[in-house]
Design a protein around this ligand. Structure first.
Ligand code: GDP
Ligand code: ZN
Length: 307
């Protein structure tokens, strides 16, 4: 029976079968998935094949995992050479940010967007707490909207507190599998509860099952949207991380740099001090925003010191 993974505890999974029933599923033996070295063989969003073990206990054994369309991962906290897959088979990723209480840094947004590029997941940026924005923040928002839309990202403004702009966000979620991310405090859970009062996210627990073997670390969980589609919440997961990205590759994950770098004189151009660099020229010409270029340089520097 085909099923989809809604939650992973590391040792067992919540799987929703095609028939709509929910099962507590496990893997038997060792399951190898080619091409990926991850600490977790199965992730939220995975499509699997499973055999019902006991109808009464609603338990099942996973025998196979279907090919993933994509996935997002972070470096395993226990072994930096391994990935921990956060979620898979995503249509898009929504990054919740704010310009006030707490202000999200642009560097953080750019790191997140780079991860989305690297994992082939389209990204949408949702600015929340619009009700708190004064002239300064509204101007900042307009500037950022201009920058990120020019690069190709969807940018939205909303206020969960005043229920403004929520329909637009909701429309984007319809019939899609969306990963929701953001620093804590940006209003992600308030947003979800406001949009879908039918379920109370933080209290929607899988009842009747023991939390035995559950990691104290947080993990992703998928929820059905009443009007079609799914969201995957990632409580506590602050960053996707720049898994396996080398310094030389970094510019590829800035779409506005990627499309121009073939015009650099040197094909190994790092877009720093090299002559006839198309990227630096585009910054001078105002075609690439200075803020994004600064982010590129800053992230490059942190990579230098990390390696
Ligand atoms: P999370 O950590 O991203 O899930 O953030 P929460 O949903 O817990 O929200 C953090 C705080 O921000 C709470 O006190 C919310 O009431 C508040 N908050 C959420 N959305 C808004 C908003 O649009 N405007 C204002 N002023 N406060 C908000
Ligand atoms: Zn260059």
């Amino acid at each position: 029976m085909r099923a989809r993974i809604y939650k992973s505890t590391g040792s067992w999974y919540v799987a929703r079968a095609e028939n709509g029933e929910t099962y507590q599923a496990r893997i038997k033996g060792v399951m190898k998935i080619e091409g990926i070295t991850s600490t977790n063989p199965i992730a939220v969003g995975d499509e699997v094949e499973m055999e019902i073990e006991a109808v009464q206990e609603e338990s099942a054994i996973i025998s196979e995992i279907y090919d993933r369309k994509n996935y997002v991962a972070r470096v395993s906290p226990h072994n930096k050479h391994q990935h921990h897959i956060i979620a898979s088979n995503l249509d898009q990723s929504l990054l919740f940010v704010t310009l006030k209480d707490p202000k999200t840094s642009q560097g953080f947004m750019d790191r997140f967007l780079i991860s989305c590029e690297a994992f082939h997941v389209p990204a949408i940026i949702v600015f929340n707490k619009a009700d708190l924005y004064k002239k300064k923040e509204l101007e900042k928002f307009e500037r950022l909207k201009e920058i990120y839309e020019a690069v190709g990202y969807t940018v939205l403004l909303c206020s969960v507190a005043e229920e403004k702009g929520l329909e637009e966000v909701k429309a984007l979620l319809h019939n899609k599998v969306s990963l929701l991310s953001g620093h804590s405090g940006v209003g992600k859970s308030t947003f979800i509860n406001a949009l879908f009062p039918e379920f109370n996210l933080r209290t929607q627990e899988v009842s009747g099952w023991s939390g035995k073997g559950m990691h104290t670390t947080t993990f992703a969980e998928m929820f059905d949207l009443p009007e079609g589609g799914h969201i995957i919440d990632t409580p506590g997961i602050r960053e996707l991380g720049l898994v396996d990205i080398s310094k030389e590759e970094l510019a590829h994950y800035f779409p506005e740099m990627r499309e121009r770098m073939n015009d650099c004189q040197f094909n190994n151009c790092m877009h720093i001090e090299e002559p006839n660099c198309a990227i630096k020229q585009a910054v001078i010409d105002g075609e690439i925003s200075e803020e994004r270029y600064i982010s590129y340089r800053t992230i490059l520097d942190t990579m230098e010191s990390e390696w």
